[in-house]
Design a protein around this ligand. Sequence first.
Ligand code: SAM
Length: 212
Amino acid sequence: MIEEILSQEVDDQALRAEWERIVRAGKHSKKIIRNAQVRGKSKKDPKYYDPNEMVRTGAVDADEYVFLHKAVKYFKPTNILEVGTWFGTSANAMASALPDGGKVYTCDKYDLFVGERPNIEYHNYISTRLIDRIISKGIKIDMAFWDAKFMRGDSEKLIKMVSPLVFLTHDYVQPEKGWRCVQELKERLGDRINVENHGIIGVVTMPIKVGQ
Ligand SMILES: C[S@@+](CC[C@H](N)C(=O)[O-])C[C@H]1O[C@@H](n2cnc3c(N)ncnc32)[C@H](O)[C@@H]1O
């Protein structure tokens, strides 16, 4: 599956330029300094205090940006749920590959979003609140990307909401957050899920619908 995702034809250079534009905007935004101050981050931490530091940025990197874009082209979702917006980097990678009428619904408990786009609906919420909003509005979600930990109850609702399951996660490396998300899905769904990865992006699929 990863090979098929990677074989999707895209404008690699344009996507990388887009990644750089969003990350630079995020790093130059006053929001990141405010966030660092509120969270007591050291003034020596270049992730927060050096706007030209483009390696440790908190966002997905340029390769991952291209991969997420290709994954959307491959899975062809209409609507995507994302948790962990940060600058809106990954949200843009996915939103720019959606068909007309599709949307990325994304949330972050911290407000650092700079990547506005008409088909991105951003909320300064925690995940449980966005999930409950989507369920109450009856919005159909076809794919999810978690750049965050699951909060209590998230995985249970996710499995019912995104069925057949298409779930991508960042930091899929033991014992990081993405790895823990995948362990929780395995506990709930066992062998029925297929897990592959491209670097530290984990891709979890379960072709059958929950209950079948
Ligand atoms: C690594 S950053 C996300 C980077 C982003 N995907 C990008 O490419 O720009 C992780 C973010 O997840 C947020 N987060 C973690 N758990 C969350 C939750 N349960 N609900 C909402 N936001 C959460 C954090 O506040 C943080 O901003």
